[in-house]
Design a protein around this ligand. Structure first.
Ligand code: SF4
Length: 385
């Protein structure tokens, strides 16, 4: 069963800190280039923001970098579970790297952070990565698509800009991959420096407005890309976060699921012994953690190397991730929405009531900031692209 994508409710649409998709997502800037295939377009107001070319630095709302740091470092996901940080979710790192530099200063240098961009890196960005042991660059390379010509950045310029970085600080994400750009994808694989880390992601068109009628590449074509990458001595990964986990020696709770697959990157990964040596947690420890989250547990059982939690409370993926990263084993909560067809759904208000009452997330402060950004956007008075 696949997990549904979680969308934030109206009160938190512009929240600059988000617990989504297995990460603590942070942005100090709102607005971006507006790629037609951007996954943020699933949220109607974010779609309009991209169409309108809205741009805003968070400092304009009165939210300082020091306050963002305080909010992040007080999150249980940060303090107790070391949930990785991802910067560049609502915007691109390119639009915010100066403010992000201050943010990085307040985070310990063994904390995993991914900086995401689809633009060539400026010199100060390269220096940031070379100076900090706990960050990697997630550089997205998009094979040329005539349908999206206006959104195209030649991959060569991005690859050249990151050439001073060692492979241990870099993942190339080839996406979105669609039918018709297979040969260009193969050319990009050939052009990357030997030993590169690469991930492949097919186009997702679900619930993104105004997508032309194009089809994602097939599973078979993805397998062909992986094989081609391996034949060029690259490392093809299922999860880009594994570059950081290897670098910092952090185990991944998904290891038991992916580690022994026939073509798994885990087979040759130097972090394998770290990932496979995790001792499963005791059920009593997990129950204590659930109490802190204010989740009533009606049953708990081991399932393979992981744990399944029964509850009637509406739970979120963020809480599953918190527990899984904390105990380094997969912990599934039965009420987190799953389906055979992946889709998206708005998170329910009872999730945020619990997050607020348990101190899991600063709901009230983020609603205030989100409201200020929305007001600015709706005023129509701002600098557009
Ligand atoms: S062993 Fe596998 S799961 Fe662990 S860090 Fe390496 S690639 Fe990731």
């Amino acid at each position: 069963m696949k997990r549904h994508k979680e969308l934030l409710p109206e009160s938190l649409e512009f929240s600059p800190i988000r617990l989504l998709g297995g990460f603590i997502c942070i942005d100090t800037h709102i607005g971006c280039r507006g790629c037609k295939f951007c996954l943020n377009r699933r949220q109607p107001i974010l779609h309009r923001v991209l169409e309108d070319g809205f741009h805003l630095d968070l400092s304009e709302t009165g939210l300082s970098t020091a306050e963002i740091c305080g909010l992040i470092t007080s999150l249980p996901s940060f303090r107790e579970a070391m949930v990785p940080i991802r910067i560049g979710h609502l915007s691109d790192w390119a639009y915010q790297y100066q403010d992000i530099e201050h943010l990085l200063d307040c985070i310990p240098d063994d904390y995993p952070i991914t900086l995401m961009t689809r633009f060539p890196l400026a010199e100060p960005q390269v220096e940031t990565v070379l100076r900090r042991p706990n960050v990697i660059v997630h550089a997205t390379l998009t094979p040329y698509m005539p349908e999206f010509h206006q959104d195209y950045t030649p991959h060569r310029s991005i690859v050249e800009s990151v050439s001073p970085l060692p492979p241990t600080s870099l993942i190339f994400m080839l996406r979105p991959l669609v039918e018709g750009n297979v040969s260009e994808t193969l050319r990009i694989i050939d052009s990357l420096p030997e030993g590169s880390h690469i991930c492949f992601k097919k186009m997702s068109t679900d619930e993104i407005p105004s997508m032309p009628d194009i089809r994602p590449v097939t599973k078979h074509e993805i397998e062909r890309f992986v094989q081609t990458a391996e034949s060029r001595n690259h490392v093809a990964l299922d999860y880009f976060g594994c570059v950081l986990r290897k670098k910092l020696g952090i185990p991944f709770f998904k290891f038991d699921e992916i580690g022994n697959q026939p073509s798994s990157a885990c087979l040759a990964c130097p972090n394998r012994t770290v990932c496979e040596s995790v001792t499963p947690p005791g059920l009593a420890e997990i129950k204590t953690a659930l109490e802190k989250l204010h989740i009533d547990c009606s049953g708990i059982r081991t399932d393979g190397s992981g744990v399944v939690v029964e509850t009637r409370a509406t739970a979120s993926r963020a809480e599953e991730i918190y527990l899984s990263e904390k105990f380094k084993k997969p912990i599934e909560i039965v009420t987190v929405k799953r389906d055979s067809n992946r889709g998206s759904h708005y998170m329910k208000s009872d999730v945020f009531e619990r997050w607020a009452s348990s101190g899991f997330f600063p709901v009230e402060r983020m609603e205030t900031i989100s409201g200020m950004i929305k007001k600015k956007y709706e005023s129509g008075i701002y600098n557009a692209d």
